[in-house]
Design a binder for this molecule. Structure first.
Ligand SMILES: *[C@@H]1O[C@H](CO)[C@@H](O)[C@H](O)[C@H]1NC(C)=O
Ligand SMILES: *[C@@H]1O[C@H](CO)[C@@H](O)[C@H](O)[C@H]1NC(C)=O
Length: 336
């Protein structure tokens, strides 16, 4: 009896312990740390800010020794990019990749590397380099005993998807199919995800006559798009599931999607306000635990971005995607 009692209490404690930690795991979110600003905090202050907000994953776009140093011992899971300008060298020269791994990965055993993104929104003329560079990266990591780090590439909706509707009709575009189909099949063989930058904001701005902003902001009261048996109440899910359909049509339906960027600007253009950015990002944080109609379960997601970056080029909105101002004050209130 007594023995059973102890076992029961231990089991109960374990069950309660698991229940107690589950919500935090479900809600965890990553944030992209872009560095195109001349007034940003030091990397060690940035790491402290991530930790104080409970942000447990970070994406950076290329290696930087001061950032890697600051992350040492933090346990923040890191997605690190290979810069697009390095892809052609990395496609043709395995030793350049091995050196990169040595200098930027092996040199930081206290950093919790999760993914290497071999390129971000790679443009035509360079896309043929992505797959061989990914293969060289997997070989270099494996030779270094680091094959637990998954190798992927980060792509945009406009860059690789055909403009097709509804989500079940998604395919890669005719221009992207020639390189995305082999990449998708390769990811299926390595068990790595495809990293997708998903912006309902830009889809809404491009098609304001067809898209209700509520569908983009996760505030529609009910189903907006019925696609066979799948009911869509927000554009984020529709966009992620369009990627899943494209992977399926490429014969790589087993590849999971990681959302490597998503966000909403707080100033600088159409529908860009602190209120809309707060609504989008807070709802995104609440939503990612649920998965999409096509794929239940948590969608690993990285918000773009940690800071407003005053040196970013392009449209005015590009400089206003930050959750925080450079002085570390919140751009608007978000609960992580
Ligand atoms: C990557 O590209 C940058 C910019 O062109 C260059 O300075 C750097 O040497 C390259 N790194 C490697 C490892 O090829
Ligand atoms: C799928 O997309 C194509 C191209 O836009 C379109 O012609 C076709 O009608 C779509 N299929 C469905 C079922 O909507």
């Amino acid at each position: 009896m007594a023995k059973h009692g102890v076992a029961f209490i231990l089991t109960l404690a374990l069950v309660l312990g698991v229940l107690a930690v589950t919500p935090k795991v479900v809600q965890s979110i990553g944030v992209c740390y872009g560095v195109n600003g001349n007034n940003l905090p030091s990397p060690s202050d940035v790491v402290k800010l991530y930790q104080s907000k409970g942000i447990d994953s970070m994406r950076i776009y290329f290696p930087r020794s001061d950032i890697l140093q600051a992350l040492t011992g933090s346990n923040i899971a890191l997605t690190m990019g290979v810069a697009n300008e390095n892809l052609s060298a990395f496609a043709s020269d395995p030793s350049a990749v091995a050196n990169w791994v040595k200098q930027n990965v092996q040199a930081y055993p206290g950093v919790n590397f999760r993914y290497i993104a071999v390129g971000n929104e790679v443009e035509s003329g360079n896309t043929q380099n992505v797959l061989p560079a990914m293969q060289n990266m997997n070989s270099a990591l494996s030779a270094a005993g680091l094959s637990n780090i998954k190798v992927s590439v980060s792509v945009s909706q406009k860059g690789v998807l055909a403009d097709r509707y509804p989500p079940s009709n998604g395919t890669f575009s005719p221009e992207a199919t020639s390189y995305m189909t082999p990449i998708a099949k390769y990811l299926a063989s390595t068990g790595a995800p495809l990293m997708a930058n998903v912006y309902p904001y830009f889809a809404y701005v491009d098609k304001q006559d067809q898209i209700d902003i509520k569908y983009a902001l996760f505030t529609s009261p009910g189903t907006v798009v019925q696609d066979g048996g799948n009911a869509y109440q927000n554009l984020f899910d529709a966009s992620v599931d369009t990627f899943y359909s494209a992977l399926e049509s490429a014969g790589a339906g087993s590849v999971p999607i990681v959302v490597s960027e998503s966000g909403w600007p707080s100033a600088g253009g159409t529908a860009a306000s602190a209120s809309n950015a707060q609504t989008y990002n807070q709802n995104l944080i609440k939503h990612v635990g649920q998965g999409t109609p096509k794929r239940a379960g948590r969608i690993e997601t990285y918000i773009f971005a940690m800071f407003n970056e005053n040196d970013k080029r392009g449209d005015e909105t590009e400089r206003h995607f930050g959750l925080f101002n450079p002085d570390q004050s919140p751009a608007y209130t978000i609960n992580f």
